[in-house]
Design a protein around this ligand. Structure first.
Ligand code: 2AM
Ligand code: CA
Length: 285
């Protein structure tokens, strides 16, 4: 979308100002709550967690967005039943809304619960299915990553640029161990075994959104994971695109809000990365 075609700003505050305000407020609140989880619930398995702080953070963000933009649609992780089918249905039903806010109130809940300082708040705004505003906030490092379509991506005023690594061999790559231990985890393990000897090293830090922000910032050259949800990926996808990188489905097709198997990179290594992931999954489909 070029700049002339950007939708008009509605209300007294710009979309990006509201997104930043929400992420900053929610991030500060979850940081204060670190170490004080009272109600730990399991969703699909012991690897799939939710706390009252995920729910509180989502409510805070939803209320603030509703105050400024009462007619906009809202999709948040905590408003959707657990499991891939419910997530796919939720995004299929909302993706055509004119304006859709897509929110993960804590991405990296397992880390949050264990006090491992790698989690974030992820907020994206899509206009007719295309992400136009993205904010990812890491309250532990006080890093706020922001992007607007056509205007670049920034962290505290510094423009984000993807890494220059030219080959997989030179690349630091991240992935995740998916919570779905029946389908997605075994597939990701196959890919991990295939990719690990072909790259400089691999990191698995437990927040897909923050890994995506790190690809945008050039700290990682790539990230892949199976079976993620729109709220894990939407904000990160725009940050990476605006920082000069690429985001696709694992089959190499272009990113949409419905993509669940993600490959993100600095762009230069993308085709090599997708080719190797495809090789790793041969005979698995
Ligand atoms: P979350 O903390 O918001 O749940 C880690 O591999 C990544 O997977 C995190 O971004 C985490 O997001 C996400 N994740 C955790 N459980 C998941 C599930 N059941 N389905 C899909 N993604 C999940
Ligand atoms: Ca979450």
């Amino acid at each position: 979308m070029n700049e002339e075609k950007l939708p008009p700003v509605v209300g007294s505050k710009s979309f990006i100002a509201v997104a930043i305000n929400c992420a900053a407020k929610a991030g500060e609140w979850i940081k204060i709550k670190l170490g004080s989880v009272e109600n730990l619930e399991l969703k699909c398995s012991s690897a799939d967690l939710v706390t009252e702080i995920d729910k509180g953070s989502e409510q805070l963000i939803k209320k603030l967005i509703r105050t400024h933009f009462p007619n906009h649609a809202f999709l948040g992780e905590e408003g959707v039943e657990p499991g891939a089918a419910a997530s796919s249905k939720a995004i299929a039903e909302t993706k055509d809304a004119e304006y859709l806010w897509i929110v993960d109130p804590i991405d990296g809940t397992t880390n949050f619960v264990h006090g491992f300082p790698f989690f974030c708040v992820s907020i994206a705004l899509a206009y007719k299915g295309e992400v136009i505003v993205a904010v990812i906030y890491d309250p532990m490092k006080d890093e706020l990553f922001v992007a607007e379509r056509g205007k670049g991506a920034y962290v505290h005023g510094k423009r984000l640029v993807v890494s220059q690594d030219a080959t997989l061999e030179q690349s630091l790559i991240a992935t995740g161990f998916p919570a779905d231990q029946i389908y997605a985890l075994p597939l990701n393990m196959k890919s991990l075994q295939h990719i690990a000897p072909k790259v400089r090293n691999i990191r698995v830090s437990g927040s897909a959104a923050l890994h995506m922000a790190y690809v945008a910032a050039g700290r990682l050259s790539g990230f892949w994971e199976m079976n993620l949800n729109s709220w894990d990926l939407a904000a990160g996808s725009l940050l990476i695109q605006e920082a000069g990188g690429m985001v696709t489905d694992i089959d190499g097709s272009h990113y949409t809000l419905e993509v669940r198997n993600i490959v993100a990179s600095n762009g230069t290594i993308h085709s090599q990365f997708v080719d190797e992931l495809q090789k790793s999954l041969q005979n698995s489909k």
